[in-house]
Design a protein around this ligand. Sequence first.
Ligand code: AMP
Length: 215
Amino acid sequence: MRKYVIMGVQGSGKGTQSTLLARDLDLAHISVGDIFRWHVQSHTKLGAQTRRVMAAGELVGDDLVEKVVRDRLEQHDWNYGFIIDGFPRNRRQAEFFLESYDIDGVVHLELPEEEVRRRVLARRLCARCGMDYNLIAHRPKESDRCDVCGGELVPREDDTPQALASRLRDYHDKTNPVLDLFRRKEYVVTVDARPEKVSVQREIRARLGLPPYEP
Ligand code: AMP
């Protein structure tokens, strides 16, 4: 059983790298942002409570976040472990998490700010099926149409320059202290997120002592 956390600024490839790792190691990939986006798209009560905060690029309240994470992990569909992405984002969330779960490692993806801006503003999402695209690294075959379902590709509501600035500020103020806390427990491996995704995945596996990645 392996339990990992992946952290990094917006656009550093947390989702992509978690998916690659989860697929090979049979881990459950838990993206807290995806869970919230699902609630917004599905017009649930939780979606109504979080939509505006998310669109502004602000953090959802800790009580709601902790409930979502607890409910998700209580499904116990993670026999081989999990990789959690987008959580914890501040000290209180980290303490809540460490009280209930022991973890094997924290992957920290590092990316300079100019590159964050370039990547995030190129990000697109299928309005119908939720598939992720990027106009730099993962272009759709037909512009503005999803390759899988033909749905319209739209920017994420929180990928505006203003919302990005707010998220970067939060990341530095609130998430960096979480990294410090994890570093003290010697959980953290920091990986340069600038190379293409296969090299980043190989580096993550080498640093976690896992078998090499074979695409
Ligand atoms: P992400 O896809 O990880 O960037 O998350 C999208 C949005 O969901 C964030 O901007 C927050 O509004 C919310 N969110 C996701 N994870 C958390 C968290 N751990 N704490 C608070 N808000 C979160």
